[in-house]
Design a protein around this ligand. Structure first.
Ligand SMILES: Cc1cc2nc3c(=O)[nH]c(=O)nc-3n(C[C@H](O)[C@H](O)[C@H](O)COP(=O)(O)OP(=O)(O)OC[C@H]3O[C@@H](n4cnc5c(N)ncnc54)[C@H](O)[C@@H]3O)c2cc1C
Length: 512
């Protein structure tokens, strides 16, 4: 008799969703989290009366009946969080030097906006939207596709758009529809939300993310912590056990029983294990290597992580709305050349000047959410940054990396804030609180491989079969969820949890 029917490792969006899905069905569940707080990238932090999000700025498909809403509804929490709709007339501001394009809610308005901004590109726009529609249909069908070669062939024959685009970078599609660099840039302007410029990003991810937000954008009242708490409260009410400060160091299987051991020496047994930890760590370090099929060992060895980020978390006494900072996210790029900008900000040498960054203000998006004291605001500025410049401090504990690291972080942070003063003049003189974070922070707080923001890098070869989209790794009873499966982003991670919850429930029921 095992301690639990399922042990879930890691309390990110994928782990929380799978644990909730199973505990709602009446299975006994233990959720183990390495850190003191739950949530992974949903875990916020508070400093001096300011509250900051780490990995949630906006979510799509949350109107009643839309895909993300349906997923949350299936978990019984769609009505446990209030989602604030961000400006439907422009929740994303894409700014390239002096040119600005605002992304509005709705596909028809997207088409109209593109035609207005690029009147000569009618044919290219029409072609792009046609491919986009076919892709969305194919992506919807992919979750119910039968596994194996035959299943995959049947799927590709039914959806030739996937055959054509699933293995090529997004740039190929952009080049096919237009040679206008401005239009290409607008069609890929939210590449920050998947962390790769068009020459490297998977078409599936780029199209998936674009369509996710075209349905409109929302932000949870109270921030990512309120969203995370909806999962936790539901888990507790369904009787799941949750343990923080419980870093799993080993997963083994003897007969049909799994054992899961934590760093502090506790061991739990279960009939099934679900890991929401990156596959590189789960299958490359945590699972007894003798039970990992050689093909899988090879696959995880070759997986490349996504890019890390550098953050400035700022509290300010500036009246941001009066300065033009609205609930819209600002995606800033010096010019239309996203590929060059990505290379410049992620080069091994730290950039002197940031050619691209993202600005968002949780307190402006959600004035009643307790993000900042009265008459103050929070603002978060982000840019991508490689792991290399910080690698020599890898493995050292957060806040204790010494003066050299702190000074480097401050230099980079000040450069980023200076750059963002283009939108928030005098910000550096009005920071009532500031904290900078590097890819090492992601690595420390979330156990993200090399501080990556989105799990394995979302290139064509690491999306679909190159990831763990079947949620399995050749070990019966062991499942994967989170960014290493369907892709980075909160909705795909929640979807992975819901789908795995169903698979595990079937397995447990069949074997009982
Ligand atoms: C800066 C940034 C901004 C983002 N903005 C958005 C956004 O606006 N919208 C959106 O949809 N997505 C956004 N994302 C992406 C999204 O946050 C992530 O893809 C998603 O939350 C990842 O969920 P996950 O299930 O993979 O788990 P993770 O969040 O990666 O969590 C994994 C958990 O496992 C725990 N863990 C690791 N190892 C162990 C172990 N050995 N034992 C026990 N526990 C362990 C970790 O501590 C962590 O809690 C953003 C990401 C970043 C970095």
């Amino acid at each position: 008799m095992t301690d639990y029917e399922a042990i879930v490792i890691g309390s990110g969006a994928g782990g929380l969703s799978s644990a909730l899905s199973l505990s709602r069905k009446g299975f006994s569940v233990l959720l183990l989290e390495a850190m003191p707080s739950f949530g992974g990238y949903l875990n916020p932090f508070s400093r001096n009366s300011y509250k900051f999000d780490t990995g949630l700025h906006y979510l799509g498909e949350l109107n009643k009946g839309q895909r993300f809403w349906l997923l949350l509804d299936s978990l019984g929490i769609a009505d446990k969080v209030e989602f604030i709709e961000l400006d439907p007339d422009g929740f994303d501001r894409y700014i390239f030097g002096d040119f600005e394009y605002r992304l509005c809610k709705g596909k028809e308005r997207f088409r109209e906006g593109l035609l207005k901004a690029f009147p000569k590109e009618e044919r290219g726009i029409a072609k792009f939207l046609k491919v986009s529609e076919k892709m969305v249909k194919a992506m919807g069908a992919s979750t119910s596709t039968q596994g194996g070669v035959l299943g995959m062939m049947g799927f590709l024959l039914k959806h030739p758009v996937m055959l054509k685009y699933s293995r090529v970078p997004y740039q190929k599609l952009l080049d096919e529809v237009t040679s206008d660099k401005g239009l290409q840039s607008v069609l890929s302007a939210n590449w920050g939300t998947y962390g790769l410029p068009p020459t490297r990003a998977s078409v599936i991810i780029a199209m998936g993310v674009l369509n996710h937000y075209l349905s409109g954008a929302h932000y949870p009242r109270g921030g990512s912590g309120a969203f995370r708490d909806a999962f936790l409260n539901a888990l507790w009410s369904h009787g799941a056990d949750t343990k923080n400060n419980s870093r799993v160091v080993r997963i083994d299987k003897i007969g049909s029983e799994f054992s899961v051991e934590t760093k502090s020496g506790e061991t739990y047994t279960a009939r099934t294990v679900i890991s929401g930890v990156d596959p590189v760590y789960t299958l490359g370090r945590m699972v007894n290597s003798k039970i990992v099929p050689p093909k899988i060992r090879k696959k995880v060895k070759l997986l490349r992580p996504s890019i890390g980020a550098f953050y400035a978390f700022i509290g300010t006494d500036l009246d941001l709305p009066s300065m033009g900072i609205t609930d819209a996210n600002v995606h800033y790029y010096d010019d239309f050349d996203s590929n060059r900008i990505y290379d410049s900000i992620t080069a091994s040498r730290l950039p002197e000047k940031f050619a691209g960054y993202f600005i968002t203000s949780p307190s402006v998006k959600d004035p009643k959410g307790g993000h900042a004291p009265r008459n103050h605001h929070t603002v978060e500025i982000l840019t991508f940054l490689g792991y290399g410049p910080f690698e020599k401090w890898a493995g050292s504990p957060s806040m204790k990396r010494g003066e050299e690291y702190e000074s480097l972080k401050k230099t980079v942070g000040q450069r980023l804030v200076k750059a963002a003063e283009k939108f928030i003049p005098n910000l550096s003189e009005h920071m009532t609180y500031v904290e900078y974070a590097t890819p090492l922070s992601n690595e420390y707080w979330v156990n993200a491989v090399r501080g990556g923001c989105y799990g394995p890098e979302q290139t064509p070869d690491q999306v679909g079969p190159g990831r763990f989209t079947t949620f399995t790794a050749g070990i019966e009873g062991l499942f994967l969820v989170g960014a290493g499966t369907l892709g980075g982003g909160i909705m795909p991670c929640v979807a992975s949890g819901v789908l795995v919850g169903e698979k595990v429930a079937k397995l447990l029921t069949a074997k009982s």
